[in-house]
Design a protein around this ligand. Structure first.
Ligand code: NAP
Length: 474
């Protein structure tokens, strides 16, 4: 029996979505060979640089990805930037398919006056900073001048940011929080964090374990004003009344509202029906206060509830604001992008030329850059399966070959030179400091060894030069 011809796939991005796609592909067909291209020297995407450092259990999902990476038909090429070291067209010459798995690395702005003031941050950059993402190592977060911080948004990122700001040094010490952030957080003068929901408690996007965790912090009380809570619940919401998570969130919030503060040195206030209208500077030009607008809930044509500003205003002194109102995808050079949705337009994972348009042969998408920044890590497993099923159906389609022009689903792309050695040579010629999986394993060992004496999972290297030096020593 002749060996089946290999099907060569390039996955762009090494976060959960990319790894689930790679894992599904390697399992589905013995002829699939997967190369993963990653901008950073290090893999795992938001599992390394997004998941909060005090949530090590969530990070243990990398064991599944390590199994995929150990597969003989898998290769990792780190420190390779798509569109800079290699173009979409070049990859289409070498691979039967490209899978874009680049996530949503950017943030959404609030669009209010004062947003650019020193002291106003995107949660994305703060999260990257405390997690040691090399893009954010030099971020200046002034936790010494401010005693109160405001976090805008009612999702799990808002909770992560609020919690990280009030964790006790003893709670932070055993984590893999980047050393530069550990030092700043340990010296922090922030004692109050206000988390703002523009809508009510029932509409919050928190998940139950994350909300419950706020009530168990060693150094901080969680405070909910009973009147504000009930005001936020005054308008019935048909959309959430049968939602188990929302109902449990409301129960937890009612427990918080009824709970007398223990008297911890720090506190988190969860407030509702409030939107920042402007960020105001003090005499020193830094953020000094936040002007808030009180909202009311009004029905939308689709049966939901939206926040509508009232005339009521409130100004609270605050030296820091973190906007945690969602991530946003970024366009990739030469790849279609839906600016409005911040995603690569697609139909069930097949990249289309425009939103609602025709599939492009050989191009697929998974994860947040496919569906937008929602869902937990595991959501990407099913999401990647949908894309892989579509790709395998296209690749096994008898006819409809194409070299890149728009074609209907089912058309397959035929690369000019699907040769593993040729593409590696091309990538190495463009990026001599390419990091292989063995290079990452050297970084991993090094970081773990640094963490061991202090009982920490690792001490992260946070500069590209350091990471490359350790990888090259391998
Ligand atoms: P998210 O869950 O979509 O929450 C975004 C929040 O921002 C919502 O409360 C939204 O309110 C609010 N918002 C949006 N625009 C706003 C504006 N202009 N002004 C005020 N508020 C605004 O996003 P996320 O927190 O970034 O999380 C992203 C995903 O990662 C989520 O699926 C989350 O569960 C997941 N995640 C999970 C964990 C975990 O499992 N531990 C940790 C972190 C993140 P509206 O509802 O009114 O739009």
């Amino acid at each position: 029996m002749p060996e089946p011809a290999s099907i060569r796939i390039a996955v762009i991005g090494s976060g959960p979505a990319g790894f689930y796609a790679a894992g599904h592909l390697l399992k589905a067909s013995e002829s699939c060979e997967v190369d993963m291209l990653e901008r950073l020297p290090t893999p795992w995407g938001l599992v390394r640089s997004g998941v909060a450092p005090d949530h090590p259990k969530i990070k243990s999902v990398t064991r599944v990805y390590e199994k995929t990476a150990a597969h003989p038909r898998f290769r990792y090429f780190g420190n390779i930037t798509f569109g800079q070291h290699v173009s979409r067209e070049e990859l289409l010459e070498h691979y039967h398919a490209i899978v874009y798995a680049t996530g949503s690395p950017s943030d959404r702005p609030l669009g209010i006056p004062g947003e650019e003031l020193p002291g106003s941050h995107a949660a994305t950059e703060f999260v990257g900073w405390y997690n040691g993402h090399p893009d954010h190592t030099d971020l200046e977060v002034d936790l010494l001048s401010a005693e109160r911080a405001v976090v805008v948004g009612n999702g799990n990122v808002a909770i992560d940011v609020a919690r990280m700001l009030v964790l006790a040094p003893s709670e932070l010490a055993p984590t893999d929080t980047a050393d530069h952030a550990l030092a700043v957080l340990a010296a922090s003068h922030v004692s109050e964090v206000i988390v703002l929901g523009r809508r009510g408690p029932a509409q919050a996007a928190f998940t139950n374990p994350e909300l419950l965790e706020l009530g168990e912090l060693g150094d901080a009380d969680v405070i909910v004003d009973p009147d504000e809570l009930e005001r936020g619940l005054a308008v019935a919401d048909a959309g959430t009344e049968n939602d188990v998570t929302s109902r449990r969130n409301v129960e937890i919030l009612r427990e918080y509202a009824a709970r007398p503060p223990v008297g911890h040195p720090k506190r988190i206030l969860l407030r509702f029906l409030l939107s920042p209208a402007a960020l105001l500077a003090g005499d020193d030009g830094r953020l000094a206060s936040v002007e808030l607008t009180r909202n009311e809930l009004v029905p939308t044509p689709d049966g939901g509830l939206r926040a509508q500003a009232t005339e009521e205003r409130e100004t609270i002194p605050a030296g820091l604001v973190f906007r945690a109102i969602g991530y946003r995808g970024l366009p990739l050079p030469g790849v279609p992008f839906d600016e409005r949705a911040g995603v690569i337009p697609n139909r069930g994972g097949r990249v289309t030329d425009v939103a609602g348009g025709s599939p492009l042969p050989g191009e697929y998408v998974v994860g947040w850059i496919k569906r937008g920044p929602s869902g937990v890590i595991g959501t990407n497993k099913k999401d990647a399966q949908e894309t892989v099923d579509a790709m395998l159906a296209d690749l096994s389609a008898a006819g409809g070959e194409s070299n890149g022009s728009a074609a209907a689903a089912g058309a397959r792309h035929v690369p000019r030179e699907p040769d593993a050695a040729a593409v590696e040579a091309l990538l190495r010629s463009r990026q001599p400091e390419l990091v292989t999986y063995a290079g990452w394993e050297a970084i991993d060992r090094h970081e773990r060894a640094l963490g061991e004496p202090a009982g920490r999972p690792r001490v992260k290297l946070t500069r590209i030069e350091e990471l490359l030096r350790v990888a090259a020593a391998e």
